[in-house]
Design a protein around this ligand. Structure first.
Ligand code: NDP
Length: 289
């Protein structure tokens, strides 16, 4: 019988922490931790994500500034907006929703975000600190996965962890966080020769590939394996599904996250954590969140 690693109890716990910390900051400084979101264009998924982020901030007693621009915004105007948000003392966290339209140079925009307000952990400064294990604003999806692992008391030290995918947003930082938690980490990607051999050795598997049910029941899963499915994909019937074939894999492993209701909700929860943490740092308050 596998354990279904649902996000809800984990995110509830995180939101309770965030809302307490936000209240404490308001009581001490009169300032509500504030997230600024920047949305360029009309990508429907991005619109939904940004709306949810704003609603969640409001629900938790935090401030939210919403900046929306036409898809044809110039690089200069977007950079100026980031500069203004960097300089604005009322703004604690800046989130520029990805993806940006092709004519914009994403790296230039993310490189410009003040690292102390970089709640997505995209700036080279924060990525450097992340590698050194010193970053206070952790990348939201991998940090959310670590919360799931902690909540369900999954041992990491000395375990073999396999991260499938090496994107800057999920795979690489995930591997780094697992390494800092003393796992022996393997990262697989599209050029990996024998994924099955990696799976056969893995105690913890994080799938971040972006392909519907790519990891099938036919792989040689350990019975004791813990599987974390980051994938958010739509199948032919437009149904949300992960990178792991849940129905086929769940009976073969010890624990697995569902899609939806697994990693997904944790990403927004950790964005709220980062916004409050950024506010605590900026106000020099020693509280934890
Ligand atoms: P990317 O497309 O940036 O990266 C996908 C990775 O998968 C690449 O490193 C690629 O390897 C690897 N890959 C592709 N094919 C194979 C293969 N055959 N075998 C092994 N590895 C392979 O995706 P993201 O990391 O941004 O996202 C991954 C998934 O997670 C998506 O479904 C996305 O929607 C979801 N996601 C969910 C989030 C959440 O909040 N739950 C947040 C972010 C993403 P290579 O580098 O060699 O090309």
């Amino acid at each position: 019988m596998h354990i279904n690693l649902k996000a809800e109890p984990v995110s509830n716990e995180v939101y309770a922490r965030v809302s307490r910390a936000a209240e404490s900051i308001r009581a001490k400084t009169g300032h509500a931790p504030t997230l600024a979101t920047v949305l360029v264009g009309v990508d429907p998924a991005s619109q939904v994500y940004v709306k949810r982020k704003g609603e969640m901030a409001a629900k938790l007693g935090m401030g939210h500034r919403d900046y929306k621009f036409e898809a044809n915004i110039s690089q200069d105007l977007l950079m100026d907006t980031v500069r203004k948000l960097n300089a604005d003392p009322e703004v604690d966290g800046i989130l520029v929703q990805r993806p940006l339209p092709k004519h914009l140079d994403e790296s230039k925009v993310f490189d410009l975000i003040d690292p102390t307000k970089d709640v997505d952990c995209f700036s080279p400064h924060n990525v450097g600190l992340l590698v050194q294990g010193r970053c206070k604003l952790l990348p939201c999806t991998p940090a959310g996965i670590m919360e799931i692992i902690r909540h369900y008391k999954i041992e990491i030290t000395g375990k073999n962890a396999l991260v499938v995918g090496r994107s800057d947003i999920v795979g690489k930082p995930m591997a780094m966080l697992l390494l800092h938690s003393h796992a022996t980490v393997t990262t697989a990607h599209s050029k990996t020769r024998d994924l099955a051999a990696c799976v056969a050795e893995a105690d913890i598997i994080v799938a971040a590939i972006g392909r519907v049910k790519f990891m099938t029941g036919n792989l040689p899963w350990k019975k004791s394996a813990v599987v974390i499915d980051v994938g958010i994909n739509r199948n032919e019937a437009s149904k949300l599904c992960g990178d792991v074939d849940f129905d086929a894999v769940a009976p073969k492993v010890a624990a697995i996250t569902p899609v939806p209701g697994g990693v997904g909700p944790m990403t927004i929860a950790m964005l709220m954590v980062n916004t409050v943490r950024a506010a605590l740092m900026r106000k020099n308050i020693m509280d934890e969140v």
